[in-house]
Design a protein around this ligand. Structure first.
Ligand SMILES: CC(C)(COP(=O)(O)OP(=O)(O)OC[C@H]1O[C@@H](n2cnc3c(N)ncnc32)[C@H](O)[C@@H]1OP(=O)(O)O)[C@@H](O)C(=O)NCCC(=O)NCCS
Length: 249
């Protein structure tokens, strides 16, 4: 299998302009690194639908609420910019396990997307190359390899993790977990996928048995301090670009 996966260069490109309809060519995947703040939530709240406001209200803490509102408003603003549409007018459907998708509109590019958040950071992948999954996790301090490992990793993956030096094992643990979750999210199955039987290891492409044998491809993303990330897509030659959203108004 070819390993010629195009990669983001080693850093996030600060980006302050609004993308437009021609911004993402066919076969492209853009990943946006987003910081979530109460200020962003305040400014973006009016863009959310009644259903999104209902979901926000169900969250237990103010912190969880501002993160949700900020992420959903940025999701709307960024997707709307690619589509040349009004952010508040976008409508989403949900798959059987909750994966949101844009409701198709006539003449639109076939954009797919996936969002992930961890604490005050979020990643949004926007794809013109078919299904995409993204995950970000803050690297925790507790060593979970023995406790959680058997529930989520294959025996081969656990052996592999044990070979990592102690000071790098946590990052490897979270990196591996992100890769599994990104595939689960690209498939739209979320954690209904039996991740303990899905061997992702550290290969560039992974085939998932339950699908039609077509592989998923991974691309490394630039480092986000104290976080692990994973991006996965279906198109072997997808062209991945990485942007950090700078002030944008
Ligand atoms: C999807 C899932 C893996 C997310 O895990 P997580 O680490 O908590 O969250 P992340 O931050 O990485 O991703 C959350 C985002 O992924 C998207 N998402 C939700 N469900 C998804 C799914 N099944 N597949 C892909 N993406 C999904 C959403 O955009 C969500 O953010 P939002 O709610 O703020 O819009 C997990 O919540 C899950 O398995 N959900 C399935 C729940 C289910 O079975 N529901 C059935 C009835 S709807």
């Amino acid at each position: 299998m070819s390993t010629a996966v195009p990669r983001c260069a080693g850093e996030w490109h600060p980006f302050g302009a609004v993308p437009d309809r021609d911004f993402l060519s066919p076969g492209g995947v853009d990943v946006w690194s987003l910081g979530l703040s109460p200020e962003l939530a305040r400014r973006g709240s009016a863009l959310l639908s009644a259903d999104e406001h209902r979901r926000a209200a169900l969250l237990r803490t103010a912190r969880l609420r501002f993160r949700f509102v900020a992420a959903r408003s940025l999701l709307r603003r960024i997707l709307a910019a690619y589509l040349g549409e009004d952010p508040a007018a976008l409508t989403f459907s949900a798959g059987p396990y909750g994966k949101p998708a844009l409701v198709a509109g006539s003449g639109r590019p076939p954009l797919e997307f996936n969002l992930s958040h961890s604490g005050d950071r979020a990643l949004l992948a926007v794809s013109n190359a078919g299904a995409v999954g993204v995950d970000i996790e803050r690297i925790g301090e507790t060593d979970l390899v023995e406790e959680v490992g058997p529930l989520v990793f294959t025996p081969k993956e656990r052996l592999h993790l044990e070979e990592w030096p102690a000071n790098a094992r946590q990052a490897a643990f979270y990196g591996l977990w992100c890769r599994k979750e990104a595939i689960a999210k690209a498939l739209g199955l979320g954690l209904s996928l039996d991740v303990a039987r899905l061997e992702v290891g550290f290969l560039e492409a992974v085939t998932v048995d339950l699908e039609n044998g077509e592989p998923f491809w991974f691309a490394s993303l630039p480092v986000i301090e104290d976080h692990a990330t994973a991006l996965v897509f279906r198109h072997p030659a997808a062209f991945v670009r990485c942007f950090a959203l700078a002030a944008w108004d």
